[in-house]
Write a protein that binds this ligand. Structure first.
Ligand SMILES: C[S@@+](CC[C@H](N)C(=O)[O-])C[C@H]1O[C@@H](n2cnc3c(N)ncnc32)[C@H](O)[C@@H]1O
Length: 543
């Protein structure tokens, strides 16, 4: 299988593209219903933009999706649901009513049912959530997994932040990760964490080769269950091991003959694997401001967290699925650990960020080995994306156009509602201390010369030197004429002058590979560190 990245709603992708029993491990980290904003990647450019940067707000409302999803479950659409799931959702509908929480639980039921279907019998499922809805989610997963022979293994508690004051309650600093398996026969590689310093101090003795060891009892005296009575090298006792093992240990240099005439076992520090991992994970810090892996994606999870899960529940060559892959932590760790992977995300920023992350971490060649799905490749699919106007995929066409044309370097304007004509902003090197702005505007409907005049107005307001008007339809002669009246621009870093307002068609982007060809001064996706200072504060406030 080749690694696959899907741009789209995971329910459609799972149903249409992922075969039954084809995945070894699935980890998901869906939006939590915790009223916390996330997915604010590009809001580093100033106060006004920060306020606008809310692509996808982590709250749920009851709408057509809720009604449709509820009907699918209650009618057992295509036999996809267990009777336990149906009864559970029917009961929760009565108890909770048709509101935000039910919308979330219906959404998750639809998707977890598909995840169960695509897992191999030896497969495992991890669902990352927080305490806001974890107790409801556990019921949902039980109704799908345990009802069909699967097993609940653990509720992992990850301490995701350091201690902080929460208003009039205990500091809320944990996430929860549920671990389920599809059957009782599943892939499992025990993981360990190092012992603490106090434990290490017990290994006070050193061999000539420097190996540290401590000694342990070899006699079985006082132990219930017997032992082996014999004399070894003049020492008679009731031993824990038979004589054959004693000889073997001696040959391996693992016996310590004490001054008092006893025999003890030498335990080497290097042979100790560490402490078997328990379900309380306090040793994985959140991604800090200096971390190399930090990309500026607010819900980005640490690579070590995923490394632990992937190593425990899969082997090299296995297939790992993340159906809510965000900025691609699971994908990147799977690639590093030589697993094959499938990633799905509904927003184009995530897809663009993942491609960049993979390229930065593994080199350009890695992208040739990935099958990209759902990203417009021709006019037909671009038009289809432009016409997809539901609230979840709001402005996806604009985001895709801005990021594709700018080679993922522009900043997407996330603001809901009227957007003052700005879909993206890029910065380029100028002769002044400050970089200059380029405003990108995308039009999927009928465009006219008035739109070009509006763009010019916005450029004046925003003090932008250049404007790019991306249009799905061919521009009219009037539009081209109006754009020309904006004049030309050049600075010493540019090899030639260019029109202040440039009109680019989607056809040119798709068929002639036309891209923004100006040296930009801000590599948005790489300058995540700077962005995060602002967002970290924002997140603390939102939690
Ligand atoms: C909490 S983030 C995941 C973060 C990820 N674990 C990481 O480390 O980057 C949730 C992601 O789910 C995506 N998402 C939300 N609803 C989705 C859906 N129906 N289908 C696919 N992706 C979805 C969002 O776009 C967001 O990127």
């Amino acid at each position: 299988m080749v690694n696959q990245l899907f741009y789209g709603d995971n329910l459609d992708v799972l149903r249409k593209h992922i075969k039954d029993e084809s995945v070894d491990l699935c980890y998901i980290d869906p939006p939590f219903n915790s009223k916390r904003n996330y997915n604010q990647i590009y809001n580093n450019i100033g106060k006004e933009d920060r306020a606008q940067a809310q692509a996808f707000i982590d709250t749920w409302t009851w709408d057509d999706f809720g009604n449709r999803g509820l009907a699918e479950i209650l009618e057992n659409y295509q036999g996809r649901f267990t009777s336990q799931s149906i009864d559970l959702i029917a009961g929760l509908t009565k108890v909770l009513g048709k509101g935000s929480l039910l919308a979330y639980l219906v959404t998750m039921t639809l998707r977890v049912a598909e995840i169960y279907r695509v897992l191999k019998p030896t497969g495992s499922f991890y669902l990352h959530c927080d305490p806001t809805a974890s107790h409801y989610l556990k019921l949902i997963i039980d109704g799908i997994f345990c009802a069909q022979g699967g097993d609940f293994k653990n509720e992992l508690i990850w301490k995701r932040t350091t201690a902080h004051n929460d208003s009039k309650r205990y500091g809320n600093n944990i996430d929860i990760i549920f671990f389920y398996t599809k059957t009782l026969n599943y892939i499992w590689n025990q993981q360990y964490k190092p012992h603490d310093e106090a434990y290490h101090q017990r290994f006070r003795n050193k061999d000539d080769d420097g190996r540290a060891w401590t000694d342990d009892n070899l006699t079985a005296k006082g132990l219930s269950g017997g032992g082996y009575e014999y004399e070894y090298k003049g020492v008679k006792s009731l031993w824990r091991v038979p004589i054959e093992t004693m000889i073997k240990l001696d040959d391996e240099g693992k016996l310590h003959f004490t001054k008092k005439g006893g025999i003890r076992l030498k335990r080497y520090l290097e042979d100790i694997k560490g402490v078997a991992l328990q379900c309380l994970w306090e040793d994985i810090p959140p991604i800090n401001s200096q971390a190399r892996e930090r990309l500026g994606y607010p819900t980005q999870k640490p690579e070590v967290l995923l490394e632990r899960i992937i190593k425990a529940s899969s082997n090299e060559g296995d297939i790992v699925l993340d159906a809510y892959c965000g900025c691609g932590t699971t994908v990147a760790v799977s690639q590093r650990l030589k697993r094959e992977w499938i990633g799905i995300d509904i927003t184009y920023q995530s897809i663009s960020l993942i491609l960049k992350r993979l390229e930065d971490s593994f080199g350009k060649g890695v992208l040739d080995e990935i099958k990209l799905n759902g990203i417009p490749k021709d006019m037909e699919s671009a038009i289809a994306l432009a016409n997809k106007k539901d609230d979840r995929t709001r402005k996806e066409f604009e985001k895709w156009a801005v990021l594709t044309y700018s080679n993922n370097r522009a900043i997407v304007n996330q603001k809901k509602g009227a957007d003052q004509g700005i879909d993206g902003i890029a910065y380029f090197q100028s002769e002044k201390d400050e970089p200059e702005k380029i405003i990108l505007q995308v039009k999927s409907g009928k465009a006219k010369s008035g739109d070009i005049r509006d763009l010019q107005g916005t450029m004046t307001l925003e003090q932008a030197q250049l404007g790019i008007f991306i249009t799905l339809e061919e521009p009219t002669k009037d539009m081209i004429k109006t754009a020309k009246t904006a004049g030309i621009y050049q600075n010493k870093f540019m090899s030639q002058s260019c029109d202040r307002i440039q009109i680019v068609t989607i056809q040119e982007i798709l068929e002639s590979n036309k891209r923004l060809d100006i040296r930009l001064s801000l590599e948005v996706l790489k300058s995540a560190e700077k962005q995060m200072e602002v967002k970290a504060i924002q997140m603390e406030l939102d939690i």
